[in-house]
Design a protein around this ligand. Structure first.
Ligand SMILES: Cc1cc2nc3c(=O)[nH]c(=O)nc-3n(C[C@H](O)[C@H](O)[C@H](O)COP(=O)(O)O)c2cc1C
Length: 356
């Protein structure tokens, strides 16, 4: 059945429009279990061997084995954020994850990490089924990943990079809008996702600003085959960050985040606090990249481990204003799927009614 779906998607893509991709996702959404379909099943589910097209973003320091395993157990794809981890630490995290789930999970590789070479080796040795990548081009490692059957899904914030990475063999693309938490590009999810969908033939996953069923339904309408969420999963029971970090996300409103680091080309979205204000002030005063990097060193760790919500760097997306409760991962995912399913059915009826 999975093979059949992929063939149809290919046919539509030959027309040269991304619209075909969204048609397929909606068709599969409307197949009831009795008709042989699954609720909210798209080609991403077949590609990754997961039940729902929901991926948890790889987040340095934040996305550890318990979170990744909880997401995979709930039917999504959990991802361990390797960040700047040394290879052996990552190997332990992968083993922990395997003890907590038998489902597929992934590792996010940060290509600017000083440990990237050993991280790639560990991922290959451990035969992690999926990698997502950021901070650089995974092209040179692609043959090794492919030889092990590892699916490679780069995160991009621009169309040109999506096309280049598709040519190097990416299995899917995560198009991430600048609403997201952490490092950001300069286009929004609403504008980026459909442009990437139109530009590539592989499935696209939307990221940035998605935290509920409305966001998932909207992403599917834009032609994405799934979503990646970060901020929503930080505020989950299984996430191992300090409770004060989670509370800060719950308290946040629509305009509670700011972007630091833009002055030296590394913009990062964080919650506005004393650290962020000090950083922005120094940027306005013309501080050098080196001074600013020194100021930022250890700040994410302080937020995650010590719960320092004043002087820590609390990476967080604009969608935080929508998140009202810390919830178990299973509940987050089941609510999102049910809500998106309902919205798509209502929209389907409205469109039919409008045509009469
Ligand atoms: C605390 C935090 C840390 C993050 N760290 C990484 C990272 O190490 N690598 C990466 O590719 N993306 C990272 N991201 C981005 C997420 O993987 C994801 O794409 C993003 O959070 C989606 O947008 P949202 O925050 O609006 O849900 C991070 C996001 C957050 C909130």
């Amino acid at each position: 059945m999975g093979g059949e779906k992929k063939e149809v998607v290919h046919e539509h893509n030959c027309i040269g429009s991304g619209i075909g991709v969204s048609i397929i996702s909606i068709i599969s959404l409307y197949l009831t279990p009795e008709e042989g379909g699954d609720v909210m099943r798209t080609v991403i589910c077949d590609l990754l061997g997961i039940k729902y097209p929901i991926i948890q973003g790889g987040m340095a320091w934040v996305a550890t084995a318990p979170l990744a395993a909880a997401v995979s157990n709930a039917g999504g794809l959990g991802i361990i954020g390797a960040g700047n981890m040394p290879g052996e630490l990552l190997r332990q995290e992968i083993k922990k994850c395997r003890n907590l789930t038998s489902k597929p999970f992934g590792v996010n590789i940060y290509y600017l990490s000083p440990c990237v070479k050993e991280v790639v080796d560990v991922v290959i040795e451990e035969r992690v089924p999926v990698v997502t990548t950021g901070g650089g081009n995974p092209g040179k490692d692609m043959p090794r990943f492919k030889a092990q059957g590892i699916k490679v899904i780069p995160v991009v914030s621009a169309v040109a990079l999506a096309k280049r990475l598709e040519r190097t063999g990416a299995d899917a693309i995560i198009a991430e809008g600048m609403e997201c938490g952490g490092h950001i590009g300069d286009t929004t999810t609403m504008t980026l996702v459909p442009q990437v969908v139109s530009a590539v033939s592989v499935p696209v996953i939307a990221a940035g600003g998605i935290a509920d069923g409305r966001g998932l339904a909207a992403a599917l309408a834009l032609g994405a085959q799934g979503v990646q969420m970060g901020t929503r999963f930080v505020a989950s029971t299984e996430c191992t960050v300090h409770e004060k970090y989670k509370e800060a996300i719950i308290k946040a409103k629509d305009r509670s985040t700011v972007v630091t680091g833009a002055s030296f080309g590394h913009p990062v979205r964080v919650l506005n606090n004393k650290f962020a204000r000090e950083f922005l002030h120094r940027e306005q005063q013309g501080a050098s990249q080196q001074e600013l990097e020194q100021l930022g060193t250890g700040r994410l760790r302080a937020a995650v481990q010590d719960g320092d919500v004043e002087y820590g760097s609390l990476m967080c997306g604009q969608v935080a204003g929508l998140i009202k409760e810390v919830l178990p991962v299973e509940k987050i995912i089941s609510q999102i799927v049910a809500e998106a399913d309902e919205i798509l059915q209502i929209l389907g009826h409205q469109i039919t009614a409008g045509k009469r």
